[in-house]
Design a protein around this ligand. Structure first.
Ligand code: PGA
Length: 254
């Protein structure tokens, strides 16, 4: 199972900036002996094609992939402002995020809607990183298991049981650790990841051991090396520290 290190650029970067950062990442990480890793850049929609051009020209055949941060669960139609899986595949995207906490909490996406996106994206040929995580209030009131289990049941409701395990990745991102500089403690991370592994087993009893669980929330170059070694941590989803090629590359190589 290859560890996945993913960059989430959120609503940052013009095309020019995205191309520069992508080129910097390619320079820093390609050619390094990292057979056990793969990398994804989740760029904003407007920069996807520009990033794809750089990746296709300079990193084709490598394990550096392009992803989108969101998708609408329909092939095409009258959905003003939305982007379909076909459009993402047309921009060379291999991956898409579903259920990032900023979409759940700032944009009001429901667990059910995220489930529709997850299933439709997978069915359309995209690979999915399904993000889950609790707020501080939920954690402090003892609801970690209830929240994660609810997000996963709805998120996976329509995903076929025989999905190839490498195509569906989970990202545990405690909401209180995202963009706050407060990385979760090792014990908290291992406990939550073990819980996520058990929950995955309920849905995919045959493949659960081969599905990756990423940690996300204030990952930085100086904590990445320790985080990536924790039990059941199969990769990292990085926001703020992924914006600069240098900083993301240090995490990727950690
Ligand atoms: P952060 O964001 O690394 O800035 O905390 C993580 C994420 O949003 O996926």
């Amino acid at each position: 199972m290859k560890k996945m290190i993913a960059a989430n650029w959120k609503m940052y970067k013009t095309r020019r900036e995205a191309v520069q950062t992508t080129a910097g990442i390619i320079t820093n990480i390609l050619g390094k002996r990292l057979e056990d890793r793969e990398f994804v850049i989740f760029a904003p929609f407007t920069a996807l094609q520009s990033c794809a051009d750089v990746l296709n020209a300079e990193a084709s055949g490598s394990r550096l992939f392009l992803g989108a941060q969101d998708v609408y669960p329909a092939g095409e139609g009258a959905f003003t402002g939305e982007i379909s899986p076909v459009m993402l595949l047309d921009c060379s995207c291999a991956w898409v995020l579903a259920g990032h906490s900023e979409r759940r909490h700032l944009l009001g996406e429901s667990d059910e809607f995220i489930g529709k996106k997850t299933a439709f994206a997978l069915e359309s040929g995209l690979n999915v990183v399904l993000c889950i995580g609790e707020t501080l209030v939920e954690r402090e009131s003892g609801q970690l298991e209830r929240v994660l289990s609810g997000q996963m049941s709805a998120g996976l409701a329509a995903v076929p049981k025989d999905i190839k395990p490498s195509r569906l990745v989970f990202a545990y991102e405690p909401v209180w650790a995202i963009g706050t500089g407060k990385v979760a403690g090792s014990e908290e991370i291992m406990e939550a990841h073990a819980l996520v592994r058990r929950l995955i087993k309920n849905f995919f009893p045959l493949q659960y051991a081969h599905m990756r669980i990423l940690y996300g929330g204030s990952v930085k170059p100086d904590n990445a090396g320790q985080l990536i070694k924790l039990d059941n941590v199969d990769g990292l989803l990085v926001g703020g520290a992924s914006m600069e090629a240098e900083s993301f590359s240090r995490i990727a190589l950690a």
